[in-house]
Design a protein around this ligand. Structure first.
Ligand code: ADP
Length: 467
């Protein structure tokens, strides 16, 4: 089925509604007009007949007659009937005629005299008669003349008269009607086009992004605070997020492949070398030891990467709950104290029953990572101190060591993925530990701070908000 644009649909509905409204309005106007015109015809009929009533005089003889030259004199019974010159036989399209009681026409005009010859006179009542499909209104009035009591004045008017007026209104309306529809169509088209411009803009941008995968594009429909601007803003926000995750993912893939390349090339070079040269079993053993170490290193790296990407991409899967942070940290410290690595001593000072809103698994990983680093970068016979305390507004965790310390310029970079200050340690870690720590702190809406001096040691502070 062919696509019908929203604009076209709106216009179609708009025009349909305008047409219906205009038609109903016309219908009402015509019916009111019709009634007014027909009432007007009847009023004119009555008025004309009544106006002509006193245009007559009756004289028994000509003796005291004051005859006006233009008046009509008709012999009537024993005397004379004088009809004034101002008697209008056809005025306002109303015909008036003078009749005897027996319906013989004496004076005046009647266009349907034959048809009404049998119609009885009824005083002051409008009668209707249909002749050849046309309705005529008839109004009779008995003439109040002294000495005469059988004279009637009959007024006749055709309904056609009114119809003609209504028809002319209809004719004018029929010209105006299509004009109104045309104007509403043009006006509707302009309005709809203007209103739907942002939609067009949104769809063009979306299509372009779909075609070229250009996530940097944004919709620009100017300022405004209507629904369409809201839609465009949401769309742009969605693109921001998409672009951010996409770049992050790309960066991660490129970093990961870069990191994996080193152990892989060591393994492949070592294996190649062993194959090419004939060696003693001891030499082969050494080669295999290198290969095994690098494989372990790779597998740790892959595990860390998986953990990290899982946390970064699907952080919403980790549910938060009320956690006794004091208990979590105490038990980790108790376990790690048993490590006698480099003869380092781990001590702690933990304020009891401090609660935060967090995820047990992630918090365990965070604390373990920090303490493990303190061991890893600690000095022989060194110390690690873990402190958890509550201040007025927050809960502060401190992991302190007196190890190798971090140079100031490196302190900002250590939270970057795969960053390692000293590559000679690269076999022990992946450079993802602190990135993960930072990611977990963000997940808990906390803050992380590092204070360190090269050769003296490091302090890692984590600030959690209280519940
Ligand atoms: P790695 O797996 O290399 O330990 P991390 O992300 O945990 O990666 O740490 C990044 C770098 O920060 C480390 O390579 C190390 O150089 C430095 N670092 C982290 N913790 C400490 C610490 N407690 N003392 C000194 N340096 C540290």
């Amino acid at each position: 089925m062919k696509k019908m644009s929203i604009g076209f649909k709106i216009m179609l509905w708009f025009t349909l509604i305008v047409t219906i409204i205009v038609s109903i309005t016309y219908g009402i106007i015509f019916s009111i007009e019709y009634n007014i015109v027909h009432k007007g015809i009847k009023d004119t009929l009555i008025y004309t007949v009544q106006n002509n009533l006193d245009e007559f005089e009756y004289y028994k003889s000509t003796d005291n007659m004051q005859i006006n030259r233009v008046d009509h004199i008709i012999n009537y019974e024993d005397g004379f009937l004088e009809i004034s010159a101002t008697f209008l036989q056809n005025s306002n399209d109303v015909y008036t005629a003078l009749y005897k009681e027996d319906r013989t026409l004496i004076y005046g005009e009647n266009p349907i005299s034959k048809e009404v010859s049998s119609l009885k006179f009824t005083d002051s009542v409008i009668q209707e008669i249909k002749v050849n499909g046309t309705t005529y209104y008839i109004f009779d009035k008995k003439i109040p003349l002294d000495g005469v009591d059988n004279l009637w004045l009959r007024g006749i008017v055709s309904e056609e008269q009114g119809n003609k007026q209504v028809q002319s209104i209809v004719r004018v309306s029929l010209i105006i009607f299509p004009l109104i529809i045309c104007f509403s169509l043009i006006g509707g088209y302009i309005i709809v086009k203007k209103m739907l411009k942002p939609v067009h803009e949104i769809s063009t941008t979306a299509k372009q992004i779909g075609k070229d995968g250009e996530l940097k594009k944004r919709i620009d429909i100017g300022n405004g605070n209507d629904e369409l601007h809201e839609l465009a803003n949401s769309f742009n926000e969605m693109l921001d997020k998409l672009e951010y995750s996409f770049t992050k993912e790309q960066q991660f893939i490129s970093d990961a492949s870069h990191e994996l390349r080193t152990p892989l090339s060591v393994i492949s070079a070592q294996a190649q070398l062993s194959l090419e040269q004939s060696k003693t079993p001891d030499e082969y053993k050494k080669d295999f030891e290198i290969i095994v170490r690098q494989s372990k290193n790779m597998s740790k790296l892959i595990n860390d990467m998986l953990d990290f990407s899982r946390l970064e991409m699907q952080s919403e899967k980790y549910k938060k709950e009320k956690i006794n942070l004091s208990k979590v940290i105490s038990s980790i410290c108790a376990d790690l104290m048993l490590l006698k690595e480099k003869n380092i001593t781990l001590s702690d000072e933990i304020q009891q029953d401090l609660y935060i809103n967090g995820n047990y698994e992630l918090l365990t990983r965070l604390v373990t990572n920090l303490i493990n680093n303190a061991y890893k970068y600690g000095k022989q016979n060194g110390n690690i101190f873990v402190n958890l305390k509550s201040t007025k507004n927050e809960i502060i965790l401190l992991v302190e060591d007196n190890g190798i310390g971090i140079k100031e310029e490196d302190q900002k970079k250590i939270f970057d993925r795969f960053y390692q200050v000293d590559s000679s340690h690269s076999e022990e870690g992946s450079g993802l530990g602190l990135s993960m720590v930072s990611e977990i702190v963000q997940f808990h809406n906390g803050k992380i701070k590092v204070e360190s001096e090269l050769g003296k040691g490091s302090k890692f502070y984590i600030f959690f908000s209280k519940i």
